[in-house]
Design a protein around this ligand. Structure first.
Ligand code: ADP
Ligand code: MG
Length: 821
């Protein structure tokens, strides 16, 4: 795929190498070759599409300074009709036959993720192929590809809910409800009906009734039971795919051909009921994500310039519209308060349990719930680009990636299924040819063996857990962008934290301003604020606020440049000098103002700076120097306090098995020591530039194994990309945090970290349990069946039972309750 670099050929070669190094570090990337060509470069990536989504790679390349040419597109398509994980392979194989398409299907989430070369094909072609295959795009989302808003089905669902609430209908009796439910779930109802026919056939048989009637009931039973599973199997066979479904039908056919008609029907029924049960259970996990989408209301009340109010569809909201928010309303869009105040429950997005006070100027997010105040908000983002829409998109994409365990089980299956076929064949042929065994006995045993040995539970156990884990995390305000990250997060041994804005509140306050030479405090602050007002760094906000509070006149600097980990510089034009006193010499020429960390040059130029800085730093304060044309004119000390309960959070992390907590900071060593002591971090590294943080992380990985990096994403993107798992905080507030990390904590609260790690560890435990259940049942039942110790019925019950059991086990993740901190 081609990428281009905005900075021209010279930089392109350098940055291409840098992109290559970063990409190589990601899990799932096998090789990266860059072919530079002027200011464009082509990049050939060999990567595992099941582990990483193209959009994630695109983000990676973009955050390393490159940009994608628009020839590659990607889409996540929700489909119907995927009733077993067997369909994954079928869809992937068939879609990959379209030139220029890479596809990953996920039965667990019923989503197909495609990445394609726009010059060679387009989404409609892919959708047409899916339709042809018998996996139509889910109608609720068909519109999504046309309108930018949240999927239409979601809106309909919302409508339905509202309708139910308004019309009070007497509750029907349990039987009626059960029948209605069954009618709405034919994939379960039909096999059950098939079971009823089977029972009738059995009764007729045992009372020596009409053979003709018995046969008819049996045929009905076969038809009902295999209506769904049979169609799926036929589809696989048509595309020459031999999988577990095919195995089951061979077993049933085998039983019937041996004259064990009832047993064959029983097998088909249990297979149908088991598959349906497994799907219904999976639906619970899928709905957990849909529930997120249902948060945003369908309509909004817009107040026009003339004060009149009208109700519009959220998709028709324009940026800048004024929307009336009444008490207890849900926010229809992302916006900013322009009048009124209220406490807003942001838990749907951030997972924070406490409502957040909102006043004029503060952001509001679609889907959050207003408290008892009334407000007017100005829309700042289009309906399709709200935080909520972005979260849903990221979560859906995450659910289509496979976790390392799943990749492993998939690989095992590839060898295992043919092995089962061969063993079954041996079981039929060998005893008969070598030991004169009876054909019917051994064929029957072989069929029971085949059923017991089918790895259905193995195939579904891991994806079900990953799906539930990611869904549960999203509901708690933690966005995990793929199964890989979910599994890695649960195995993290060391965690590195950025200091400013992560371990500390990132809301620094100016405590002292020490002038050097004859400059006044106002002068220093005024000059500093002129450049800092352009910076997003937490220290910048504090300095700008202090200058305003003291009434300094702050002018506008040009050519402002922020160097991560160092500081910010800018140029003030002649005549615009903004200090409160007006020294004539400064005001006649352009000034180069710099605010940032203390360097040896600063100290060489004014030795008194050293003493002043050391004194303040020993108290844990950050000291920055303001200089004009390289000459220091003053030092500003800022205090930024550790977040509340950081100590408890670190303790909880240790309890969860994290062996090392490390603080990384660009700040001075004295400040770092003071803060590390206050919060109880195991280790700290100070005076690091962003690239030094990368080296430290590599070192930690060598010493402890899997390492996570927690930052705010603003100036630690390289470190986040290097760590095994990059975790960004404050995803609701800044887009950078959402985009750069593998895991985003939507709330700006560190307490979510142990929760996320706890959940990941729990997910890993569930995955392991599921593997044990699946393999255990096979290990016990397959030999037993082969030796004639278990009938076909028992083998089917064990097989289907273990499949449903692993899915139910995975659903426990949805109920995960974190330990309160
Ligand atoms: P941390 O690693 O603690 O998050 P940073 O890497 O963001 O810190 O910054 C490191 C140091 O660089 C700060 O302590 C400060 O001295 C200086 N610095 C960076 N950006 C700015 C800025 N905008 N204004 C003043 N100082 C800055
Ligand atoms: Mg920082």
């Amino acid at each position: 795929m081609p990428i281009s670099c905005p900075e021209g050929p010279q930089r392109c070669a350098e940055c291409a190498e840098c992109v290559r190094q970063r990409l190589l570090h990601r899990p799932g990337i096998r090789s990266v070759v860059i072919h530079p060509n002027g200011s464009q470069a082509r990049i050939t990536l060999d990567y595992d599409t099941t582990l990483i989504a193209l959009s994630e790679l695109e983000r990676d390349i973009r955050r390393n300074g490159g940009c994608f040419s628009p020839d590659w597109g990607h889409a996540v398509i929700p489909v119907e009709g995927m009733i077993s994980s067997q369909s994954e392979q079928l869809i992937e194989t068939v879609l990959r036959r379209i030139p220029g398409v890479m596809a990953t299907a996920s039965h667990a989430s019923r989503l197909v993720r495609v990445e394609f070369d726009r010059r060679r094909c387009a989404v409609p072609e892919i959708i047409a192929r899916l339709n042809e295959l018998g996996y139509p795009v889910r109608p609720d989302s068909a519109k999504r590809f046309r309108s930018p808003g949240i999927s239409a089905g979601v809106l309909e669902a919302h409508d339905g809910e509202r309708g139910r609430r308004m019309i009070a209908v007497p509750r029907p009796s349990l039987v009626v409800r059960l029948l209605k439910w069954l009618a709405a779930t034919p994939e379960l109802a039909l096999p059950l009906l098939g079971g009823l026919f089977l029972l009738l056939a059995f009764l007729i048989h045992s009372s020596n009734g009409s053979n003709w009637l018995r046969g008819a009931f049996l045929v009905f039973s076969y038809l009902c039971c295999s209506r769904y599973t049979g169609m799926d199997t036929l589809r696989s066979l048509r595309h020459m795919q031999f999988n577990i479904d095919v195995l089951m039908f061979i077993a049933a056919g085998g039983a019937i051909s041996l004259g064990r008609h009832e047993e064959g029907a029983l097998l088909l029924m249990l297979f149908g009921v088991g598959t349906a049960g497994e799907n219904l259970a999976m639906d619970r996990a899928r709905r957990a994500i849909h529930a997120l989408a249902e948060l945003a209301p369908e309509t909004a009340t817009v107040r026009d310039a003339d004060g009149r109010e009208r109700v519009v569809h959220v998709a028709d909201l324009a940026i800048g519209d004024q929307v009336v928010i009444r008490p207890f309303d849900r926010m229809p869009a992302d916006g900013e308060v322009i009048s009124g105040a209220s406490a807003v429950d942001q838990s749907p997005i951030t997972g924070e349990s406490m409502p957040v006070e909102k006043t004029v100027g503060l952001p509001l997010y679609a889907g959050t719930i207003n408290g008892n105040g009334a407000m007017v908000m100005k829309v700042v983002r289009a309906a399709g680009e709200t935080k909520l829409a972005k979260i849903i998109k990221l979560v859906e994409e995450a659910q289509t990636t496979k976790s390392p365990t799943q990749v492993l089980t998939d690989q095992v299956e590839r060898f295992y299924v043919p092995l089962v076929f061969i063993s079954t064949a041996c079981l039929i042929v060998l005893p008969i040819t070598l030991a004169d065994g009876a054909w019917s006995v051994w064929f029957y045993r072989a069929m029971a063996f085949l059923t017991a040995a089918s790895p259905c539970a193995l195939a579904i156990g891991t994806p079900a857990a990953v799906l539930s884990g990611i869904a549960r995390a999203a509901r708690g305000g933690v966005l995990i962008k793929g199964g890989v990250h979910l599994e890695n997060l649960g195995r993290v041994r060391a965690i590195a934290f950025d200091k400013t804005g992560t371990l500390t509140r990132g809301r620094a306050e100016v405590t002292n301003v020490t002038p050097i030479g004859s400059h006044s405090i106002e002068e220093i602050l005024g000059l500093a604020a002129a450049v800092e007002q352009e910076s997003t760094h937490p220290l910048a906000a504090a300095i700008t606020a202090e200058a305003k509070a003291r009434g300094c006149r702050v002018s506008v600097a040009r050519d402002v440049q922020q160097t991560p980990g160092i500081g910010v510089t800018g140029v003030l034009s002649p005549g615009v000098y903004a200090g409160c006193s007006d020294p004539p010499d400064i005001n006649v020429r352009a000034l180069r103002v710099a605010v940032g960390r203390i360097t040896p040059e600063h100290i060489a130029r004014s030795p008194e700076l050293k003493l002043a800085a050391e004194r303040m730093e020993a108290d844990g304060k950050t000291v920055v120097v303001v200089s004009v044309d390289l000459a220091p004119i003053g030092a500003i000390a800022l205090a930024d306090h550790p977040r509340e309960r950081v100590r408890e959070v670190l303790d909880e992390l240790r309890r969860l098995g994290v062996r090392r907590t490390v603080m990384l900071t660009g700040d001075n060593a004295r400040v770092a020591a003071a803060i590390a002591k206050q919060i109880g971090a195991d280790e700290y590294f100070a005076e690091l530039l962003p690239e030094d943080k990368v080296d430290r992380l590599r070192d930690l990985e060598r010493r402890f194994g899997r390492t996570a990096m927690v930052g705010d994403g603003i100036n630690d993107a390289p470190a986040l990309a290097t760590a095994t798992v990059g975790i960004a905080m404050g995803g609701a507030g800044t887009d950078v945090a959402l985009e750069t990390a593998d895991v985003a904590l939507m709330a700006d609260a560190l307490e979510k970290l142990p929760e996320a790690i706890g959940l990941s560890r729990f997910s890993r435990r569930i995955i392991l349990q599921n593997l044990c259940i699946a393999l255990g049942v096979i290990a016990i039942m397959a030999p037993t069946a082969a030796l004639g110790g278990a009938t076909l019925g028992v083998a089917v019950v064990a097989h289907e039972g273990s499949t449903v059991l692993v899915v139910l086990n995975a659903l426990r993740l949805l109920l995960y309750k974190p330990k309160p901190i």
